[in-house]
Write a protein that binds this ligand. Structure first.
Ligand SMILES: [Fe+2]
Length: 258
């Protein structure tokens, strides 16, 4: 048995459907991403790794709710710095997590972390969630494990984004070091594709479903790349693989050249 997960991230849906993000219609682009995921077939779960709303507005979550309700794949969402989980829980039926949660699928254990620090762009895992994560990692025993979270727990080499990574990342890595079976940490927030590692643990960042940020740029800069998402396949033999999928160019949501 294998489990196939589609990771989507940083949809940045506005309350006002006419507002654009650097010229991108974020609603049209996530609709296209969802259509592409559904066309792939055999996806067991969609994991949304935060910043699904740009402004935390009720209507933005109602839009996401109708979008996810229209597809027959379950969705688990962790919050990003732009999200308002309290508003999301009133507006949406999809599972918006507000604390550290684990889910076991087959031989695998998946962790979903809340790294939102109220009023800040950078991330933090609070002490209660750190304790829960530690317990969940230890209780997994020899199970292979994967972690999903919004803020990357390390620098990606882009100064303005590294200033808003997971603030207490040393606490995170101390807890992760209790297991030699953490196979990967999948993040959003940085709107770009990176495959990094820390202490032998792969840390992967996934492009946004809307606009992309330029890699290795010290300051905010857009990169003209198509919306994307990631497919993660975890096998019963404890191996796993992942790959990036980008949409074909479309005038409906494409980013204007800067
Ligand atoms: Fe973010």
């Amino acid at each position: 048995m294998q489990i196939r997960i589609a990771q989507i991230t940083d949809a940045h849906i506005f309350e006002d459907p006419h507002t654009r993000f650097e010229g991108c219609d974020t609603r049209a682009s996530i609709e296209a991403v969802l259509a592409e995921i559904q066309s792939l077939g055999n996806i067991d779960l969609i994991v949304a790794t935060g910043d699904m709303s740009m402004d935390g507005g009720f209507v933005s979550y109602r839009f996401l709710n109708s979008l996810f309700s229209g597809c027959d794949i379950p969705v688990l969402a962790v919050p990003g710095n732009h999200d308002k989980p309290g508003v999301a829980s009133q507006a949406a039926n999809f599972y918006f997590l507000t604390s550290t949660v684990k889910r076991d699928f087959g031989r695998w254990r998946f962790h979903f972390l809340n790294t939102k620090k109220d009023g800040h762009e950078l991330g933090e895992i609070d002490s209660k969630d750190l304790a829960e994560l530690s317990e969940n990692i230890v209780s997994a025993g020899r199970k292979p494990q994967i972690i999903f979270m919004h803020h990357p727990p390390l620098n990606i080499g882009s100064a303005w984004l590294d200033d808003m990574k997971l603030e207490n990342s040393s606490d995170f890595w101390q807890i992760v070091s209790q297991s030699s079976n953490i196979k990967g940490v999948f993040c959003g927030h940085v709107h770009q594709d990176n495959e990094l590692s820390r202490n032998g643990v792969p840390v992967i960042t996934t492009p946004s479903t809307c606009i992309q940020f330029k890699r290795h740029s010290r300051v905010y800069q857009i990169e003209r790349l198509q919306p994307g998402f990631r497919i993660i396949e975890a096998q019963d033999d404890e191996t796993f693989s992942h790959h990036l999928v980008r949409l074909e160019p479309s005038d409906d949501f494409s980013v204007p050249l800067l």
